[in-house]
Design a protein around this ligand. Structure first.
Ligand SMILES: Nc1ncnc2c1ncn2[C@@H]1O[C@H](COP(=O)(O)OP(=O)(O)OP(=O)(O)O)[C@@H](O)[C@H]1O
Ligand SMILES: [Mg+2]
Length: 262
């Protein structure tokens, strides 16, 4: 028992070291050293010990605020999203606040915000799934780490909508599913995505069905900016699907999302 755990721990540490080495030689994997600060490493170890993760795979995506890695669970592939504690969003703020003795606790405050954000994405995924929307199924969060269902095949993630093209008929079908999901998210889950675009929709390459991702920023309907976010999501979706001869106006789609009952 202990030996298996040791082996897994060794494996994860090796993986991390490999990534660091890769990062030095090329910028193909833009994995910054600070992705795995010690606390994040400990949180990963905890997920190993609890057997949520059996092995860590390579990076799927390295973004501004989070990195996504492939991992192996007990009987399926997983995606692990790790929010970076020192993300650029907080850096500007940090410059003004660090060193000011009144804010000596800012590091904790910042961490707390990121942990809360991770939990928020987990809860939003659950709400969206319960409303019947296809999203990755969330498993667990630990600090700044979200473990979820891997959307892809044999370790290869499905492509983003941005990178695939379809014939008109399939494009229109995808549009109808996406807008139905926007309505279900609004009416059933009582959420507005807030960052919906071709960059946060994956496409299942078997049946060309859309999968909504990246729901950390999604807000509840009573949020003061919910309406503004919804209108922006609507604009993005209308803009993107124009190429598939969708002639709906933003106003029409907006009304469908908030009023339609079919
Ligand atoms: N469950 C998943 N299965 C497979 N791939 C995923 C999954 N979740 C995310 N990805 C991949 O990782 C990428 C980044 O994920 P996501 O959009 O959730 O993070 P992000 O917040 O946009 O990151 P950033 O804004 O920092 O770039 C996605 O575009 C997708 O390619
Ligand atoms: Mg994204």
């Amino acid at each position: 028992m202990t030996r298996t755990i040791d082996k897994s721990l060794k494996h994860i540490d090796n993986k991390i070291n490999q990534m660091r080495t890769k990062n030095k030689d090329s910028d193909h994997f833009k994995v910054k050293d600070n992705v795995f600060d010690e606390a994040t490493l400990n949180a990963l170890h905890k997920l190993f010990r609890k057997r949520y993760i059996e092995a860590l795979g390579g990076p799927i995506s390295t973004g501004k605020e989070a990195n996504v890695f492939l991992a192996e669970g007990e009987d399926k592939e997983l995606a692990i999203k790790i929010y970076r504690i020192s993300s650029s969003t907080f850096r500007a703020m940090e410059d003004y606040i660090l060193g000011d003795p009144r804010f000596s606790n800012i590091r904790n405050a910042k961490k707390d915000i990121i942990f809360a954000w991770t939990k928020k994405e987990y809860r939003n995924l659950i709400r969206a799934k319960e409303a019947g929307i296809r999203v990755p199924e969330p498993m667990i969060t630990e600090r700044n780490i979200l473990v979820m269902e891997f959307m892809g095949d044999d370790g290869k993630a499905y492509p983003l909508l941005k990178y695939v093209s379809f014939d008109i008929e399939d494009g229109q079908r995808i549009y109808h599913t996406v807008t139905k999901y926007m309505r279900m998210l609004y009416q059933k889950a009582k959420l507005v995505h807030g960052d919906l675009s071709e960059y946060n929709i994956m496409i299942d390459t078997h049946d060309l069905s859309p999968i909504i991702i990246d729901v950390g920023q999604a807000v509840t309907l009573e949020h003061p900016r919910a309406d503004y976010f919804l209108r922006r999501d609507v604009e993005n979706i209308i803009r993107y699907f124009k190429r598939y001869k969708i002639n709906t106006s933003p106003e029409e789609l907006y009304t469908y999302i908030i009023n339609s009952s079919e």
